[in-house]
Ligand binder design. Structure first.
Ligand code: 5MM
Length: 345
């Protein structure tokens, strides 16, 4: 493992004002996204949609890297240029999702474990050859206060898988994004989210240490500390920002170069506002705080594109708008008034 190289890539992924586009929807997820705009999920349509995002001129000012799905890493644009080459030419780092999704965790009460470790070293070597310089593995955890979920069994099993994945990445010269996602499903309050996030991150960093993962060569992708979607009381933007920073300060060593949040189903505006408030209210944190959003970067351009070549320019404008506002949020300069800068054509 060349730690200097891993650290250089990790720092570039969270360079000031830059964050990550998560475009690694698996086949079933991208099918759902495309069906929401009445577009069939053919290989060509998936390619056209992602090509629209990757060719948006100027995105490189805001976006450091893109997480790709296996199919996309191997795909070529309409004119025959590999999509990876399009990203590299813009100075955007290609990354790859390497987990194989979630399965039922045997012996648990309906909890999930992320699979994909079998054969991973071999796949990782190929991904490096294909141009990926970072990877992503997502653990999925649900809160159910009544039954004490996530259970310790589920936390330890998922944290161990994340740590083993991270070690395999680093051995192959690839920076691991470690993503323990606590879903927003449920009616729990922000205090429960805080406690579960704290428990989760402690478990993850314990396993990362056990498996000798070099913290300087990884990025953490956590959820924000936020109430459940069905909760009666909504925390304010500042409350979410303060609680999230507080839990991260308790759990994440300063050797980690950056933390790039998932959006988790928050509205586009709230995902930007929360990140903006964290950076504005808490300058001088030990790590960079930025975005690695999927839905909160793509919802607008997906809708504007609608599967039509004629809409590409307008969809790209929508994508650049969200990327710019999240870039400002990563610098603590987000202002909700900026939301009005974008007018669809
Ligand atoms: C883009 O969606 C990613 C892939 O999801 P599936 O494997 O379920 O298809 C997902 O892991 C994503 O990277 C993270 O959840 C962050 O995305 P959001 O939309 O929560 O910002």
């Amino acid at each position: 493992m060349n730690l200097t190289e891993l650290n250089t890539i990790a720092k570039a992924m969270v360079a000031p004002g830059k964050g990550i586009l998560a475009a690694d929807e698996s086949t079933s997820t991208i099918e759902k996204r495309l069906s929401s705009i009445n577009v069939p999920s053919t290989e060509e349509n998936r390619r056209d949609y992602r090509e629209m995002l990757f060719t948006a001129a100027g995105a490189e000012q805001y976006v450091s890297g893109v997480i790709l799905y296996d199919e996309t890493l191997r795909q070529k644009a309409k004119d025959g240029t590999p999509l990876v080459e399009i990203l590299n030419k813009r100075g955007i780092i290609p990354g790859i999702k390497v987990d194989k999704g979630v399965q039922a965790l045997p012996g648990s009460d309906g909890e999930k474990i992320t699979e994909g470790l079998d054969g991973l070293p071999k796949r990782m070597a190929e991904y490096h050859q294909l141009g990926a310089r970072f990877a992503k593995w997502r653990a999925v955890l649900s809160i159910d206060a009544a039954t004490g979920k996530p259970s310790r069994q589920c936390l330890v099993a998922n944290a161990e898988a994340l740590a083993r994945y991270a070690g395999i990445c680093q051995a192959a010269g690839i920076v691991p994004i470690v993503e323990p996602e606590i879903l927003m499903d449920g009616a729990h309050g922000i205090e429960t989210s805080f406690k579960v996030t704290e428990r989760t991150l402690h478990t993850v960093f314990e396993q990362l240490a056990l498996h000798n993962v070099a913290l300087e060569g990884m990025i953490l992708k956590p959820n924000m500390v936020i109430q459940g979607e069905q909760a009666k009381t909504q925390a304010s933007v500042d409350e979410v920002a303060d609680a999230t920073v507080k839990v991260l300060l308790r759990c994440v060593p300063g050797a980690v170069p950056g933390i790039a949040f998932l959006s988790g189903g928050q509205s586009d505006e709230l995902a930007s506002a929360h990140l903006g408030a964290m950076n504005a209210r808490h300058p001088n944190l030990p790590w960079a705080l930025t975005f690695s959003y999927g839905r909160a970067l793509q919802a607008l351009p997906l809708k504007l594109w609608g599967g039509k070549a004629a809409n590409v320019a307008n969809a790209q404008k929508g994508y650049l708008h969200r990327a710019r506002l999240n870039s400002l949020a990563a610098q603590g300069k987000y202002d909700a008034k900026l939301e009005q800068d974008f007018k669809a054509a």
